[in-house]
Design a protein around this ligand. Sequence first.
Ligand SMILES: Nc1ncnc2c1ncn2[C@@H]1O[C@H](COP(=O)(O)OP(=O)(O)OP(=O)(O)O)[C@@H](O)[C@H]1O
Ligand SMILES: [Mg+2]
Length: 277
Amino acid sequence: MAEEKKCSSTSCGKSSCEGCDKAKTDFSVKPHAMSHIKKVIGVVSGKGGVGKSMVTSLLAVTMSKKGYKCGILDADITGPSIPKAFGVKDKIMSNGEAMLPVYSEGGVPIISINLLLQNETDPVVWRGPVIANTVKQFWSDVIWGDLDYLFIDMPPGTGDVPLTVFQSLPVDAIVVVTSPQELVSMIVAKAVKMAELMKIPVAGLVENMSYFHCPDNGKDYQIFGESHIDEVAGRYGLPVLARIPIDPALAAACDEGRIEEFAGSCMDDAVMMLEDR
Ligand SMILES: Nc1ncnc2c1ncn2[C@@H]1O[C@H](COP(=O)(O)OP(=O)(O)OP(=O)(O)O)[C@@H](O)[C@H]1O
Ligand SMILES: [Mg+2]
């Protein structure tokens, strides 16, 4: 009967329901049957170059060192940087039915478009829908195995890919990365408001390139100006998860594919706060 197919609610969510708005707007994608992922954390920022990939890498490395099984989905299709930070070069293999991630030396499974391209310098010149589908496949067509945390490194801004990830993947929380510059409050606001719109909780803010600790005189210098992170965090009622200094050793570790060897403790508090969620 026609009545059985329709409901009066706007959100019953049944895929068979013709009257329900949720059914029409449910873009969620199922993970592969052999993926069992407990928590999905997106790393975002309203702006490019603030250190999202660095923070994603450090979160996965720090969590792994604590004994959690962590993976990284590099959702930055046109500017992937995770394979380089972890020094992985092998190509993604397929068992004919699904893709298998490439494992870093420390055992972190990674999926990135750069691990599918013949040359890492080949540009990806694709239209938005193709890019969005690729990101969805990185979730649905990959055998991630058993993971405690899957971190998603997002491209900058609030465009097509973050929208696809928020709509299609079961993101438990996002971490917003900023740098201490004047525009920060506007940039954080954009990311936080997008998360609100998509009903994704914000775990907190990370201020990267917060200061430089001079090894010669032991003083901290605020190279990019005074920090406004506490003010912004207070405005949105969010915790500050970490303040990462400008550290040439960190940049070198990233550039040389040795991020897993970086011994800093800058993400320890952030990891504890994520564990408590
Ligand atoms: N705290 C830091 N100290 C030193 N170098 C850093 C720090 N954070 C990031 N960098 C360097 O700055 C550059 C940009 O960082 P990263 O790639 O993580 O930014 P991003 O936000 O992911 O950029 P994009 O928006 O292009 O994806 C990298 O070369 C990285 O090594
Ligand atoms: Mg990046």
